[in-house]
Design a protein around this ligand. Structure first.
Ligand SMILES: [Zn+2]
Length: 76
């Protein structure tokens, strides 16, 4: 299984973890509420997981223009 991180704002590929050894606990998913999990984590049919986070570029943009973000990202 692969865990892919993409930016929720610009959809840039941020990184990927290829490991069956990584659990949701290690990834911090257990900190999320069910609503947050639905929003942030997407499971594809082949078992891959896509996690939507904020890339450095968009993070800087949002820090400069905080009005752009409506929902705080709990993974940050
Ligand atoms: Zn981005």
């Amino acid at each position: 299984m692969a865990i892919k991180y993409i930016c929720r704002h610009c959809h840039t590929d941020i990184g990927q973890i290829d490991s069956d050894a990584v659990s949701e606990f290690q990834l911090g998913f257990h900190f999320l509420t069910p609503d947050e999990r639905r929003d942030i984590i997407a499971y594809s049919q082949n078992g891959d997981v896509t996690v939507k986070v904020t890339c450095d570029y968009c993070r800087q943009a949002l820090e400069t223009h905080p009005e752009l973000v409506l929902v705080a990202n709990p993974l940050q």
